[in-house]
Design a protein around this ligand. Structure first.
Ligand SMILES: Nc1ncnc2c1ncn2[C@@H]1O[C@H](COP(=O)(O)OP(=O)(O)OP(=O)(O)O)[C@@H](O)[C@H]1O
Ligand SMILES: [Mg+2]
Length: 327
């Protein structure tokens, strides 16, 4: 029997039914074939991804990669040129007002009315949403209670971001969009924000965030998506991405040019000289014994012996660097 070819409208129904099916399983956000241009700039050039319910998913990418444009389409703030989106069961563009009742948003570079206090801001948002004012509870959640009566303009950067998170939480959403929630915060304030994000995840919230801090993405996220030139160039758990795109484990051991050449000749492994050590990209733990034998036979004193793996940041730079070479 010949396979039936789908016409365009059937294809659309097929994709929509798949999106719908995913939503009934445990997917909170699904984007298929997402595109957005600003005149000649292809900000988002065909992105597919999904965020599962209850996970922290981080969108990573260099400046101008298309992260905010993607998030704004998911939030129903920008109309996609092409593609389908399902957020918490809604099409964000067609059903923006119903969807926004289910989600919370911190936009990139969050700012607010200068003379309003956190307590007043939360009460104001609660009135807009028609929900009970939980300002005490929310300020407590983010450790901002003592600033309840301080005007927005007098809050520190970190305190402003925390208020942003409170406002995003006013309607007790299941899903949060946080666009660079920790940018500009000092290390202590950033870690406070991580604690809050972890608390929200523990409550079962789904969180889509963007960040330029790769270490943050690595410790907070269940999965990450690396966006570059409007495309998703890698997606998975940080470990998966490191395994797929990294150089595996690296053995740092005392050595020199001669040892490096011998190791390379005997094992075929990539080997570089790094000061008084050599760095060998090993493929299995059994390589270690063979390399140590070569070092010993060469009469080099064993002062260094260390096994390391690339970080998400190193792998990210490799992937994005490769994309720069292609474009
Ligand atoms: N309103 C707009 N009008 C025209 N071009 C825009 C607009 N918003 C974004 N762009 C362009 O679209 C591209 C993607 O921008 P976007 O803000 O989505 O990137 P981003 O990944 O969030 O970057 P960053 O990490 O700097 O926040 C960039 O080239 C940007 O200049
Ligand atoms: Mg952005």
């Amino acid at each position: 029997m010949q396979a039936k070819r789908l016409c365009l409208s059937e294809h659309k129904v097929f994709i929509e039914s798949r999106v719908q099916m995913h939503m009934t399983v445990n997917v909170s956000i699904s984007a298929v074939g997402l595109k957005k241009s600003y005149g000649p700039i292809n900000a988002v050039a065909g992105i597919d991804f999904e965020v599962r319910s209850g996970e922290v998913f981080s969108l990573l990418g260099p400046n101008g990669a298309g992260k905010t444009t993607t998030i704004e389409m998911l939030e129903g703030l920008r109309k996609p040129d092409a593609g389908s989106i399902n957020v918490a069961g809604f099409d964000p563009w067609k059903d923006a007002s119903r969807m926004r009742r289910k989600v919370g948003i911190i936009p990139q570079g969050f700012n607010f009315i200068p003379r309003i206090t956190p307590g007043e801001a939360i009460s104001y948002f609660s009135t807009l949403f028609g929900v009970t004012d939980r300002s005490g509870e929310l300020l407590e959640l983010v450790n901002l209670k003592e600033m309840e009566r301080t005007q927005f303009k007098d809050l520190s950067g970190g305190q402003k971001q925390k208020l942003g998170l409170c406002l995003a939480m006013v309607n007790n959403p299941d899903l949060l969009f946080l666009d660079e929630p920790t940018t500009g915060l000092d290390p202590q304030a950033r870690r406070n924000m991580w604690d809050v994000i972890r608390k929200l995840k523990a409550e079962g919230k789904t969180i889509l965030l963007t960040t330029h801090y790769l270490e943050e993405a690595e410790v907070l996220s269940d999965r990450v998506g690396i966006v570059d030139h409007g495309k998703m160039v890698a997606c998975g758990t940080p470990d998966d991405i490191i395994k797929q795109h990294g150089s595996g484990k690296i053995l740092h051991v005392s050595g020199n040019e001669t040892v490096a050449r011998k190791v390379n000749g005997a094992t075929g492994l990539h080997c570089t000289v790094d000061g008084k050590n050599i760095a060998v990209e090993i493929t299995s733990n059994s390589d270690v014994a063979q390399i140590l034998d070569i070092v010993r036979e060469s009469g080099v004193e064993l002062r260094t012996l260390q096994l390391s793996e690339e970080t998400l940041e190193e792998v990210f730079l490799k992937i994005v660097g490769r994309m720069e070479d292609i474009s």
